[in-house]
Design a protein around this ligand. Structure first.
Ligand code: KMH
Ligand code: ZN
Length: 270
């Protein structure tokens, strides 16, 4: 099997400092968390940013600062979010793409998201794809529902991301989205074209079992406080602790862990 690419989803848009004191919020804290995640074994940092009050923002300048600080500290692959938070406009969400990060997330469909709706209608998805191509940013297709895989492949058939390696992230267990079960994961994997790679991100208590499945099935794994704040029931975790646990499980399963540079090659970023 290929080496395991671990993504650390460090902050997200929904978790607050009230939920966990370990959430990195400022660009400085996010950069520190990225460095710790890299040292723990992560190859990719999936980042969102927050404003001074700790609320989610897609402000280009806040991203610029976070990216600059991360790059000063570590060689981890930086993947910015274009999902932002429920209710943000497309233009708001697209801001960090013009900073030309190596990767950015791209959700290819609309889905209920807790009590809200994460809007990604077809014209918006295409607008995002155009912007990614304009700035030469590699997409990670964020799949919250089964139909989103086909929506991503439709983009490719239309001519977007023509010479790109295709990488998908299955975010499973969001209330309103695809359930985090082995059966649903296998269904998603079976829809991928030859050569595509995938990561699985289980939400909440699903993070650990879905990580184990990702490791044994030859996929890749995303963990981090964006998706889950607990190490086990009632015990809060840091991002680095969650990454270290995946590394330990992978080693026990005789799956080696990819460095950022190895992941760059596997994902066609170099
Ligand atoms: N915060 C969610 C509404 C992404 O980063 O691309 C969307 C999200 C996906 O987190
Ligand atoms: Zn995200």
């Amino acid at each position: 099997m290929d080496k395991l690419i671990i993504t650390a989803a460090l902050v997200g848009a929904e978790v607050t400092r009230e939920d966990t004191p370990w959430l990195p919020v400022t660009p400085e804290e996010i950069a520190e968390a990225a460095m710790e995640a890299r040292e723990a074994g992560a190859a990719i940092a999936h980042i969102h940013v927050r404003d001074d009050a700790g609320n989610p923002t897609q402000d280009r300048e806040v991203y610029r600062r976070a990216i600059e600080l991360i790059r000063r500290k570590t060689d981890i692959i930086i993947q910015v979010s274009t999902g932002g938070a429920v209710g943000m406009s497309a233009e708001e969400r697209l801001q960090p793409v013009s900073l030309k990060p190596e990767m950015a997330s791209l959700t290819t469909g609309t889905v209920n998201f807790g009590n809200g709706v994460f809007m990604n209608p077809p014209d918006m998805i295409e607008r995002f794809a155009e912007e990614f191509e304009r700035y030469n940013v590699a997409p990670e297709f964020e799949i919250f529902e089964a139909g989103m895989v086909e929506n991503a492949l439709r983009l490719v058939r239309k001519g977007y991301f023509k010479d790109r390696h295709l990488h998908f992230d299955f975010v499973m267990g969001v209330p309103g989205g695809i359930p985090a079960t082995a059966d649903h994961l296998l269904h998603l994997v079976r829809q991928l074209p030859p050569g595509a790679t995938w990561t699985v991100a289980g939400v909440g208590r699903h993070q650990l079992p879905m990580s184990a499945l990702g490791i044994v099935l030859g996929g890749h794994v995303r963990v981090g406080l964006e998706d889950n704040i607990y190490y086990r029931k009632g015990e809060l975790a840091t991002n680095a602790q969650l990454v270290r646990r995946v590394v330990r499980i992978a080693r026990e399963m005789e799956r080696e862990v990819a460095t950022p540079d190895e992941a760059r090659k596997m994902l066609g970023l170099v």
